[in-house]
Ligand binder design. Structure first.
Ligand code: ZN
Length: 115
């Protein structure tokens, strides 16, 4: 039987809910801006792994594992290369402490969407 080729939609699979949009706008975006901002001396924020200029904020305990993406204590600055490395090498990243499972997590609780 011949099948029509699968069509790939360019739309996101699922839109962010209004609550999630608000959380992004009110908390995540300002946090990322703050974390990647230059300091008082004009020096750029640095990647925690290689010391290069940080361009991205990554969660130590991933969101899929229950980590908060609006809690600065769960966020770390990365350059693009280190962020990609972490994504590609989760076992090694866990060993080096860049990635943690929820069990190893410190005090942060689940994200409240009501804030
Ligand atoms: Zn780096």
């Amino acid at each position: 039987m011949k099948r029509a080729p699968l069509k790939r939609s360019t739309k996101p699979i699922r839109r962010r809910s209004v609550k999630m949009q608000n959380l992004y706008r009110k908390e995540r975006v300002p946090l990322v801006k703050k974390m990647l901002a230059e300091d008082e001396t004009g020096a750029p924020a640095l990647c925690v792994r290689c010391g290069g200029v940080a361009t991205e904020v990554d969660e130590i305990v991933g969101r899929g594992r229950g980590g908060s993406f609006v809690d600065e204590a769960n966020c770390q600055r990365f350059c693009n290369g280190c962020h990609r490395w972490k994504t590609d090498h989760p076992a090694q990243a866990t060993e080096e402490g860049w990635l943690k499972s929820n069990k190893q997590q410190f005090s942060t609780g689940p994200v409240s969407l009501e804030a």
